[in-house]
Design a protein around this ligand. Structure first.
Ligand code: CO
Length: 301
């Protein structure tokens, strides 16, 4: 008999007909990981080969390669040789293919889908020596210090381009099943910025000054990200399940709502989308709405 687990579960997608779109969105929003055994969009074999063969030791190549589709800028590489140009083109193609795929599959989001960064992750996740808050192998929910979302959700699509090794994750219970009880037990106590400070920050950011216009929601999510990683007791005792994403597979998940940790794996492509609350099919499961209900406070501004 299958013992039911409170943790996020894997949902393998076979039927991509439009009638299923709302259901897939609602499953994602409530903490499922949508899984595709093979890459469900075009990814040229020659490009995959090129990415796998890149000389990671080269001085032009950094640990994190990010591509910003809205500006066309590639970060994490220096110089402008042939390899750089090709890498740029591959990231561009990947980003546009995956975006088209998501827009076709998750039609309730299509009109409001916002493109965030894409990334290439060439480093083996196991045994990385990173500062605590940057560690990927500790359960956490995502929050971006440099890109506040004001409650909009973070949807990420990953492809494991490794020839042999799976990418191994651990996942915990989804946000709506986990966080309200932490708040109730008064374990979470994020620092509060005053309304005046937030208003000033918003004003300064609108003027183009390098200040982040963070809402209460963004502050809470950044605090929660760090708190989960710092909390040895949570890391040890919280329910978790292991998910293995085999070579050549693809998956998508709301990483702001599913606590996740990357335990091992090398060579992944990823594209991030920002989905406004207004586009959600199950807004009550959105971290913004869950936090607002649990604290009795509006948090989007
Ligand atoms: Co993460």
């Amino acid at each position: 008999m299958e013992v039911s687990s409170p943790c996020a579960s894997l949902l393998e997608v076979h039927d991509r007909s439009p009638e299923r779109a709302r259901w897939y969105c609602s499953q994602l929003e409530q903490g499922s990981v949508l899984f595709f055994p093979t890459v469900p969009f075009h990814l040229a074999e020659a490009d995959r080969e090129f990415l796998l063969a890149l000389q990671l030791s080269g001085s032009w190549f950094h640990k994190n390669i990010s591509y910003r589709p809205t500006t066309g800028i590639l970060r994490g590489v220096s110089g402008d040789g042939e390899d750089q140009t090709r890498l740029h083109r591959i990231m561009q193609d990947f980003s546009s293919e995956v975006t088209q795929f998501v827009a076709n599959l998750l039609t309730p989001y299509t009109a409001q889908l916002r493109l965030d960064f894409a990334s290439f992750r060439p480093i083996e996740e196991q045994g990385r020596n990173l500062p605590l808050h940057q560690r990927n192998d500790l359960l956490h929910v995502d929050a971006f210090p440099s890109r506040p979302t004001h409650g909009a959700r973070i949807l990420r699509v990953f492809v494991n381009i490794n020839r042999t090794a799976s990418r191994i994750w651990k996942v915990g219970p989804p946000f709506h099943a986990l966080v309200p009880q932490m708040i109730q037990a008064q374990k979470l106590n994020p620092p509060e910025r005053s309304v005046l400070k937030r208003t000033l920050a918003r004003f300064a950011s609108k003027l183009g000054l390098p200040v982040r216009d963070r809402s209460r929601y963004d502050e809470f999510m950044l605090y929660l990200h760090d708190w989960l990683k710092e909390n040895g007791d949570f890391q040890k005792t919280s329910p978790k399940r292991e998910l293995a994403f085999p070579s050549g597979s693809c998956w998508m998940v709301y990483t702001d709502g599913v606590p996740h940790a990357a335990m091992s794996g090398q060579f992944a492509l990823e594209q991030t989308f920002i989905i406004p609350v207004a586009a959600l099919v199950s807004p009550e499961a959105a971290p913004l709405r869950v936090l607002e209900a649990a604290t009795g406070t509006a948090m989007a501004s």
